[in-house]
Design a protein around this ligand. Structure first.
Ligand SMILES: Cc1ncc(COP(=O)(O)O)c(C=O)c1O
Length: 411
């Protein structure tokens, strides 16, 4: 949906221009969406939310009733998420975990480490041995899911907007290291660790059939590994990366088809816990970045509107090279004594206040007659938007944040 929800629209129109730009999150819409995702998944499939998509505490707590846990990818996320949703299961991912971060996770009692290399496994084993309560062999041992960079079918590589696997990348273990890693975890070398299974986050931007094909190949590969070593691998996490279509926001990821496919996969592997960890497709739709038009001008035959703020607040269109979907909220009042600039053409390119031609939010938007003072709401701003942006460039003011809908009572 490109248009803001009624609650978001009313709030955008109720604040004055200098209170913009603002991020507005509709927590009711987020809860409804998360509930629908949960309902589409079989009971046996666990849903973790990848906090990196949007780690605002209000978002994390609103998702609480619908998720089984949270995936964190740094010491910062770990501390933040543990505080925002205390006591909820966390999985610690990410390449280049520092010893201090690993120790912090062990101290917090994190039970799932997504291990990215043999070196990281050695460090984790050493630190887990150091932090284990002396003489207590029954103390819970941290669990390991070995992250692998597995082959990706050509169709998935091509369909993906960001491939983290299936080609040379710094993510996960090479499959050639699989036997060594499993042996180290099962032959008594690392007695303070427990091998739980396999993790793979191979690509982003895949639709449901492609995601299912990836999940099937990861589970089959993990089952072969378990059989080869005659060890149980009770968990497989097939990652996130569910497609969000910025060009056609109404075309949402088919959670029903995906859930049905995961159900068939789970049935074929009794005793296996399947887990997914989406971020973008969970939180993108609940957020809007709203602003007002400051100036409208023509340049070499093209119409431009400069809005308050820009890609230093919402970097998403710059990183992904797309036009952020948006809608115009006309404002009739014009309180100034000077004339009001307005677009002469039907299509207007919306840019921010930065001194760079890269500060493009949306090109050739159908907005006939767009005027200074009108408001613009950019949709799909609930994921990888504010938190990936270069806020301090040019020292413009930061946006306001509005969380709409009843606050969460529990996580
Ligand atoms: C390990 C891991 N899991 C999950 C995600 C979430 O991906 P998405 O937000 O595309 O669903 C990412 C994103 O980079 C990731 O690196």
């Amino acid at each position: 949906m490109t248009h803001p929800t009624p609650a978001v629209r009313a709030r955008i129109l109720s604040v004055s221009g200098h209170e913009l730009p603002a991020y507005l999150y509709d927590l009711t819409a987020l809860r409804d969406h998360a509930a629908a995702i949960r309902a589409a998944l079989p009971e046996r499939v666990e849903l973790y939310y990848a906090a990196k998509a949007n780690p605002e505490a209000e978002i994390l707590t609103a998702l609480g009733p619908y998720v089984d846990g949270y995936e964190v990818s740094s010491g910062g996320e770990l501390a933040h998420v543990a505080k925002a949703v205390p006591g909820r299961p966390l999985a610690f991912s990410g390449p280049g975990k520092t010893p201090a971060e690993i120790e912090a996770a062990l101290d917090l009692g994190v039970q799932r480490f997504h291990v990215e290399s043999l070196h990281e496994l050695r460090v984790l084993a050493a630190l887990a041995a150091r932090t284990a309560p002396a003489g207590d062999d029954r103390a819970p041992r941290p669990g390991v899911l070995l992250r692998f960079n597995l082959p990706l079918a050509a169709a998935s590589l091509e369909g993906s907007s960001l491939a983290m696997g299936g080609r040379p990348t710094p993510f996960g273990l090479d499959p050639a290291d699989a036997d060594t890693a499993v042996r180290l975890l099962t032959d008594g070398t690392y007695p303070r660790l427990r091998l739980l299974g396999v993790h793979a986050h191979l690509a982003s931007g895949l639709d449901a059939p492609e995601q299912l094909a990836v999940a099937e190949s990861v589970v089959t590969w993990a089952a072969d590994l378990a059989a080869r070593h005659r060890v149980p691998l009770p968990e497989v996490n097939v990652g996130g990366g569910m497609h969000v279509d910025y060009a056609a926001p109404e075309r949402r990821f088919d959670w029903t088809a995906y859930g049905a496919g995961l159900g068939r996969l789970a049935e074929a592997h009794p005793g296996l816990t399947l887990r997914i960890e989406p971020g973008r497709a969970v939180s993108a739709y609940c957020g809007w970045y709203a602003t007002e038009v400051l100036d409208v001008k023509s340049s070499h035959g093209e119409e431009f509107a400069v809005v308050r703020g820009g890609t230093h607040h919402m970097r998403t269109p710059a990183t992904k090279g797309h036009d952020q979907p948006c809608s115009v909220l006309p404002v009739d009042a014009w309180p100034h004594p000077w004339p009001r600039p307005a677009a002469a053409a039907d299509r207007v390119t919306l840019t921010g206040q930065l001194c760079t031609p890269k500060d493009l939010l949306s090109r050739a938007v159908p907005a006939p007659g767009l005027r200074a003072g009108d408001r613009v709401a950019f949709a799909l701003a609930g994921a990888y938007a504010w938190n990936i942006s270069h806020h301090d460039f040019l020292m413009h003011p930061r946006p306001a944040f509005h969380f709409l809908g009843p606050p969460s009572t529990t996580a």
